[in-house]
Design a protein around this ligand. Structure first.
Ligand code: PMP
Length: 364
């Protein structure tokens, strides 16, 4: 770190620890099995790739500023009001816009113990104070969150299902949280993994029913477009108005808009990915448990494997890397004994399970 003696950023910014993404390569391995960033093993819908390619002939054109075509597609597929959708450069941007607009010096941003890193980073970037709340047995604890709220609370972030735990709380608990917040606070329900829960609306119904709830969603996970950076928020009209004032007019690129629109309309592809993930996740979870590795039931496209000790997790991570497999260490999320493993295709899950089993057998 190099700090300048007189030219300084806003307070809070130098408290930010750099976000560490999942590794993508391994020295000595030409090909790796990357299970470190919860990407879709099937890639993106062929229709999305085709739509992306088709925009290549008009790269000199600015994209739409109001994202109307994409918002209409999202609204049709999910049964939502297109006028209350805001699109962003990944859901990361929606999180950043929310903190920029609603948090700031003297205001608090509540997130859970094992919550996604961008809540804290975005809060600090906005000059606000992050407030970390404990979870109960790796699950969001509504009472603990409500107890942490004050007259300074501006935003409360929870991911449901959560990353990296994969656990989820019920709609009644989420509704109780929304109803119990202080009047100046906005609840943000991060639905990055909502599509992996069959029949789940990501709490869109709660957004419709209240004026203090926002839902965020992404094209990076089930839609397989992490490289393009498209996310969206569904919010009450007063929040949509605010976000549209602060976001850049061309915040989502034309290829990204086109690919995302095709992706969300390819509901057959999405359904196949959901079915594959559900089956492969069950197989991976069962195999890990059979090897003696603890894991909660995951509702997302990854499994949090908990080993006997941080040293064992680190050694297993090394064994996986030696086998050309990259998973995610999650010590920074409060799990030094954990490895977060993305659910790959059936062959990938079998390979991970066999490598972990071999490692534990050799070790025993
Ligand atoms: N929320 C959660 C819980 C996530 O895990 C992620 C991706 N790691 C995001 C938001 C951000 O996703 P993106 O910016 O790619 O939409």
């Amino acid at each position: 770190m190099s700090e300048h003696p007189t030219i300084r950023p806003q307070p809070g910014i130098l408290d930010i620890e750099l976000y560490v993404g999942g590794d993508a390569s391994l020295a000595g391995h030409a090909e790796v099995l990357k299970l470190s960033s919860n990407e879709n093993p099937a890639g993106a819908s062929p229709r999305a790739i085709e739509a992306y390619r088709a925009t290549g002939v008009s790269l000199h054109r600015y994209p739409s500023t109001d994202h109307r075509a994409l918002r209409t597609a999202i609204a049709e597929v999910h049964g939502l009001d297109a006028g209350r959708i805001v699109c962003g450069n990944g859901s990361d941007e929606i999180i950043a816009l929310l903190t920029q607009a609603y948090a700031g010096p003297g205001r608090e941003v509540v997130h859970t113990e094992h919550g996604f890193a961008m809540y804290r980073i975005s809060a600090l970037a906005a000059g606000a104070t992050p407030v970390e709340v404990r979870e109960r047995a790796r699950c969001t604890d509504v009472d603990a969150i409500l107890a942490a709220c004050t007259e300074r609370t501006a935003l409360v972030f929870i991911a449901n299902p959560n990353n990296p735990t994969g656990t989820m709380i019920g709609a009644d608990e989420v509704a109780r949280l929304a109803a119990g917040l202080p009047p100046q606070a906005l609840l943000v329900l991060d639905g990055a993994y909502a599509e992996f829960v069959a029949g789940f609306d990501g709490h869109a119904g709660l957004v419709d029913a209240r004026d203090n709830v926002v839902m965020t969603r992404t094209f990076s996970k089930i839609h397989g477009l992490g490289g393009l950076r498209v996310g969206w928020g569904y919010a009450p009209a007063h929040v949509v108005d605010v976000l549209n004032r602060v976001r850049g007019p061309f915040n989502v690129s034309a290829p990204a808009l086109a690919a995302a629109e095709a992706a969300i309309r390819d509901t057959g592809f999405t359904a196949r990915c959901l079915a594959e993930n559900t089956a492969n996740r069950a197989a991976l979870t069962a195999a890990l448990r059979a090897s003696g590795v603890a894991c909660d039931d995951s509702e997302a496209n990854f499994v949090l494997a908990r080993f006997a000790s941080p040293a064992e997790a680190e050694a297993c991570d090394r064994a996986l890397r030696d086998a050309g497999i990259i998973v995610r260490r999650v010590a920074g999320y409060g799990f030094p004994e954990g490895l977060r493993i993305t659910v790959g295709d059936a062959a990938a899950c079998a390979r991970v399970a066999a490598t972990v089993a071999d490692f534990l057998r050799v070790k025993a």
